[in-house]
Design a binder for this molecule. Structure first.
Ligand SMILES: [Zn+2]
Length: 133
């Protein structure tokens, strides 16, 4: 019986590591345009993360403390930022607004409660409030 449970446990952990691998955040592609930094693949990122491009844009404005705007599929930021920094901010966004803090899976949705937004995990059911940005 113990062997069977052990087998089951191992099978489960294999599954979850595969699922974690399946979720890949596209690398931030940036380009300098004069004194602006363009995040070329904003929409691709938003689609992969299942979040609104506008929400990611607001996060970047706040984190980098600069204004900017969405033009077409791209995000224009006032100021020059290395792509490594933009990529790091995207990673932090994913940690805060996409991944479940209980099971670390990306299968989450944002629910609007009365005055706050809640991150709900579709995999384990965990919920936590999100910082307003
Ligand atoms: Zn979860």
């Amino acid at each position: 019986m113990d062997d069977y449970l052990e087998m089951l446990r191992r099978a489960r952990s294999n599954i979850s590591s595969k699922e974690t691998k399946r979720f890949e955040v596209p690398q931030a592609v940036t380009q300098l345009a004069g004194r602006q930094t363009v995040l070329k693949n904003l929409f691709e990122l938003a689609k992969a993360l299942r979040r609104e491009p506008k929400h990611i844009a607001r996060y970047m404005f706040k984190e980098l403390a600069v204004p900017g705007e969405i033009r077409g599929n791209e995000l224009y930021l006032q100021g020059k930022f290395p792509s490594s920094l933009v990529g790091k901010k995207i990673d932090e966004y994913v940690k805060e607004f996409v991944l479940c803090h209980e099971c670390s899976k990306p299968d989450t949705i944002v629910q609007k409660a009365e005055r706050i937004e809640i991150l709900k995990c579709e995999a384990c059911g965990a919920r936590r409030p999100l910082r307003a940005i």
